[in-house]
Design a protein around this ligand. Structure first.
Ligand code: TXA
Ligand code: MG
Length: 330
C-alpha cells in the first residue's frame, strides 16, 4: 500500500510483468490518467494482439509510453523546440505529443501514419514497468473499443481479464481522464484531444494552439471519433430531455455538485462528481460514476453539463461523445 492507501505492486510483480511484455504478452497497468493495456511497442505481433483484444480498428493508432527523454528521441525524428519545451515542462504527466516518427516504430503502432504519439506517464508503477521491460510500451486504454475507460483495476478485470496475461493493480487512477494530445509536426500546434492537462497550461508554454472543430466524417486524430467513451445505457444532457425520454423510464443522473433537477425527475440513482464543485475531483470520478450507473440496468443516464474551463473541457468532451454513441459495444 502507498501512503494514501492505494495498492502498489511489488518490484517482483513489476519484473514479472516486464518479462511478459518482453516475451510478447499483454499487461494492463495503472497510469495517472486511466489503466493502459500494454505491449512491446517494437514488436508488431504483440501490438496486433492489443487491437484484437480490444476489438479496435487498425486505423486507430496507439500511444507509445516511455520512461525517458532518450526514448522519445529514438522514436521520433528531429524534435522541434516547442516539443522540447513541452517535454521539459510537462513530462512525466498527462500530455501526449504526436511527432514525426523514426524508422524503428512499426507501422501497426501508428496505423501507417508518418507520426507517432509519445507519452511519459506520471506513475511509479508505469515508469518502473517501462524501465524494467527495457522497451517502449504501446498502450491504449484497457477497455473494449468505444466503451468507458477503466480508472480502477476492477474495471479492467470486468472488461478484459480473461484476454490479457497480467494486470498490475495500482488502485484508482488519480486523474481519471486520458492525456491531452497535441500534434507538433512542424505546422501550427494542433489539439487532438482534450484531457488531463488543461489547454490553458499548454498555451502558457508554446502560445497559440489550433483547436479543430469536431467533424463527424473526418476526425483529425483517427481515434478522435465523435462517439466514444460510451456506456451501454443511452445518455442525454439534461437540457435536451423531453417528456418521452423519461415517462415510465428508469433514469439515473450524473451531476456536478448538488443535483439541480429543475425538471423534477425522479431518479433511480444519482452520482455527484464533486460536492465542492471542483473540476479536478469531478474528472477523477467521471468514469467510475458512469461505470456504476451503467451497471444498474437503467433506461437512460441524464448528464448535467459542466463549465468549459480547465478539466471541464475534457469532461464535456467525454460526455458529448457518450451522448453521440452510435457504437454497439459487445
Ligand atoms: O491517458 C492516456 O492517453 C491513456 C493512457 C493509457 O496512457 N491512453 C489512451 O490511449 O487514452 P487510447 O488509445 O485510448 O487513445 C489514444 C488516442 C487515439 O484517439 C488515437 O487515435 C490517438 O491517440 N493517436 C495515437 N497516435 C496518433 C497519431 N500518430 N496521430 C494522431 N492521433 C494519434
Ligand atoms: Mg481509449
Amino acid at each position: 500500500m502507498t501512503k494514501d492507501n492505494r495498492p502498489f505492486p511489488s518490484l517482483e510483480e513489476i519484473k514479472r510483468a516486464a518479462e511478459i511484455i518482453r516475451s510478447g504478452g499483454l499487461v494492463s497497468f495503472p497510469t495517472e490518467t486511466v489503466y493502459g493495456l500494454g505491449a512491446d511497442a517494437l514488436n508488431p505481433v504483440s501490438v496486433a494482439r492489443i487491437f484484437d483484444v480490444k476489438n479496435r480498428p487498425l486505423f486507430d493508432p496507439l500511444i507509445v509510453h516511455v520512461a525517458s527523454l532518450s526514448s522519445i528521441i529514438e522514436l521520433t525524428e528531429g524534435l522541434e523546440t516547442r516539443a522540447e519545451k513541452l517535454i521539459k515542462r510537462f513530462m512525466p504527466g498527462p500530455l501526449t505529443l504526436v511527432l514525426p516518427k523514426s524508422k524503428i516504430v512499426p507501422d501497426i503502432v501508428t496505423s501507417g501514419l508518418p507520426t507517432v504519439a509519445v507519452r511519459m506517464p506520471d506513475h511509479k508503477v508505469a515508469l518502473e514497468l517501462i524501465h524494467q521491460a527495457g522497451v517502449p510500451i504501446a498502450a491504449p486504454s484497457a477497455n473494449p473499443f468505444g466503451y468507458l475507460s477503466p480508472t480502477t483495476a476492477c474495471h479492467v478485470k470486468e472488461q478484459l481479464e480473461e484476454k490479457i496475461d497480467m494486470l498490475l493493480d495500482g488502485g484508482r487512477c488519480i486523474l481519471g481522464v486520458e492525456s491531452t494530445i497535441i500534434k507538433l509536426d512542424g505546422q501550427e500546434p494542433l489539439l487532438l484531444r482534450y484531457g488531463g492537462l488543461p489547454v490553458e497550461e499548454i498555451k502558457d508554454v508554446i502560445g497559440q494552439i489550433c483547436i479543430p472543430e469536431l467533424q463527424d466524417d473526418k476526425p483529425e486524430s483517427p481515434g478522435h471519433l465523435p462517439y466514444h467513451y460510451s456506456p451501454h445505457t443511452s445518455m442525454k444532457f439534461i437540457e435536451d430531455i423531453k417528456d418521452e425520454d423519461i415517462d415510465g423510464k428508469k433514469a439515473g443522473l450524473l451531476a456536478f455538485e448538488a443535483p439541480r433537477n429543475d425538471n423534477d425527475i425522479s431518479f433511480e440513482s444519482i452520482e455527484v462528481l464533486s460536492k465542492k464543485g471542483d473540476l479536478i475531483e469531478a474528472a477523477a470520478n467521471l468514469f467510475s460514476a458512469l461505470h456504476r450507473l451503467d451497471s444498474l440496468g437503467l433506461d437512460i443516464i441524464i448528464a448535467e453539463t459542466f463549465p468549459l474551463v480547465g478539466l471541464g473541457r475534457a469532461i464535456m468532451d467525454r460526455l458529448q461523445k457518450a451522448v453521440n454513441n452510435r457504437i454497439t459495444v459487445k
